[in-house]
Design a protein. Structure first.
Length: 219
């Protein structure tokens, strides 16, 4: 498990990092929100511990941007204990809110709970960066925004993502997604791919046409 610790106070980062490593986690650091966002763009994290009051970019703003890049659990650290600050943070999608000063041991206990919750959630979701499919709820979101897909478009997206980087023929897609019960023209695959690309916006280019064969989800 890899944890990103974001705080402008070096001593806090050092203490939290030490406790993360003692708990068996790999820890990385960022001194402000801007640096955190750059790290999230290039590295997968299982949890982000994010301070609220930071120069250049505060934790609330950084949280919004991080959530657009990765659907990663976030624990906020803050000396601000007002109810509206907590409610605003939870509205942004954080998983926990810890008041400063805090016990590092308690923080690690909260990290463990969040990671276990995230592990359970991952079993029920399929994601690539900001493209997330809720397998139980049969919903799709793009960078945190729910998008409307038909049931068959969802089935097609799930199959493509489950077989990412594998070239799939139109016939194979018909057999697997339409369950062998479609006897019409295989151009229906092209039509559904066209609509799917339109609906997933910024991630449309990850559905690549394999010339003379079919399609693949390229990650």
């Amino acid at each position: 498990m890899k944890i990103l610790i974001v705080d402008d106070e070096a001593n806090i980062r050092e203490v939290v990092r030490e406790y993360c490593e003692l708990s068996g986690y790999d820890a990385d650091e960022a001194q402000d929100g801007v640096e955190a966002i750059e790290k999230v763009k290039t590295t997968h994290y299982d949890c982000v511990i994010l301070d609220v009051m930071m120069p250049t970019l505060d934790g609330f703003s950084a949280c919004k941007e991080i959530k657009k890049i990765q659907d990663v659990p976030i624990i906020m650290l803050s000396a601000r204990c007002e109810e509206y600050d907590k409610l605003y943070a939870f509205d942004l999608g954080i998983d926990d809110y810890v008041i400063k000063p805090f016990s590092p041991k308690e923080l690690m206990a909260r990290v463990k709970v969040v990671l276990e919750r995230g592990s359970h959630r991952e079993k029920n979701t399929l994601s690539y960066e900001g493209l997330v499919v809720d397998l139980l709820g049969r919903t799709v979101s793009v960078d945190g925004e729910r998008v409307t897909l038909t049931p068959k478009e969802i089935d097609l997206l799930i199959y493509l993502m489950n077989n990412k980087n594998i070239a799939l023929s139109r016939q194979q897609l018909l057999e697997e997604v339409w369950n062998y019960d479609y006897f019409g023209d295989d151009r229906t695959v092209d039509t559904h791919i066209k609509m799917l690309r339109h609906n997933i916006g910024a991630y449309r280019d990850h559905i690549v046409t394999v010339r003379g064969m079919g399609y693949k989800f390229e990650a």
